[in-house]
Design a protein. Structure first.
Length: 283
């Protein structure tokens, strides 16, 4: 679910800087996600817990921004902040999504991605390919950085990591072919343009439903994950995290939030690699 909610925004952000080379950034992030899928989980030390908590709070903010931009575009900031408040309240009320529901939601989102790929594959693109140009290496790295948090599965799920990687690469390819990097990077809601480009503008209400399914459950599970890391007992630290996330969803630029999520994820992977090395040394 995290991929579905995040990819709607990160491709636009990545394409704005890397142009066609955003695909290289997505591929790089996909390779890293697959390679690190067997790393151990974060430890229970304070640095580990806070790093994991910050990474997931930033992802929560991204889901909320996507929700506001696609579902309530006229009041996107208020809607994003309200979604965070809603999931924080739901978490403290003890609401948890059943595992079977999460699995079915994942299947639905994968089917939606497959439909999008097929639609874009059978319709001639609306832009003319004018060459990919020279790679902007820093922009490619940034693109990989902002995509990576949404490609990481739970520990040990190599098959899931591969599936997410393939989906991300395919969606990136069809988006670039149909819209081109300039149009893709112009707006945070460029996936609406993608449907129109694929002669599927009548599916806009369905896109809204897909966005809700991709963001609301992911926001809830992500906040719960974050809160259990930096505030296992709940209480004031958990509330404070929710307040900060709500304010960021309403007022922070999505670019800044994505960078925070990406950098925190890189630190998390370093910590997980350290744990594996420590375990190998003591075996």
């Amino acid at each position: 679910m995290r991929l579905g909610g995040g990819l709607l925004m990160v491709l636009a952000v990545g394409a704005a800087g890397a142009r066609y080379w955003v695909l290289a950034g997505v591929v790089l992030a996909a390779v890293v996600a697959v390679l690190v899928s067997r790393l151990p989980s974060l430890g229970t030390g304070q640095l580990d817990r806070y790093t994991g908590g910050v990474a997931r709070l930033a992802q929560l903010v991204v889901f909320a921004i996507v929700f506001g931009a696609y579902v309530v575009p006229s009041q996107s900031s208020y809607a994003a902040g309200a979604l965070v408040v809603l999931v924080v309240a739901a978490d403290f009320a003890g609401l948890r999504l059943p595992t079977v529901l999460v699995r079915w939601l994942t299947v639905v989102l994968l089917v939606a991605a497959a439909v999008l790929v097929v639609l874009c594959a059978v319709v001639p693109p609306v832009v003319t390919f004018d060459g990919i140009g020279s790679p902007n290496v820093p922009a490619v790295v940034v693109a990989a950085l902002v995509v990576l948090p949404f490609l990481l599965p739970s520990t040990g799920e190599r098959l899931r990591a591969v599936t997410l990687a393939v989906v991300a690469v395919l969606v990136t390819v069809v988006a670039l072919v149909q819209l081109g990097p300039i149009r893709l990077g112009l707006a945070e809601t460029s996936f609406r343009d993608l449907l129109y480009a694929a002669d599927a503008g009548q599916l806009q209400p369905l896109l809204t439903v897909v966005v809700v399914l991709a963001t609301v459950p992911a926001a809830l599970t992500t906040f719960t994950d974050a809160r259990e890391r930096f505030a296992p007992s709940g209480g004031l630290p958990g509330v404070a995290g929710g307040v900060v996330a709500a304010a960021a969803a309403a007022f922070a630029p999505v670019y800044a939030v994505l960078l925070v999520a990406g950098l925190a994820t890189v630190v998390e992977l370093v910590l997980r690699t350290r744990l594996r090395h420590y375990g190998d040394v003591h075996e």
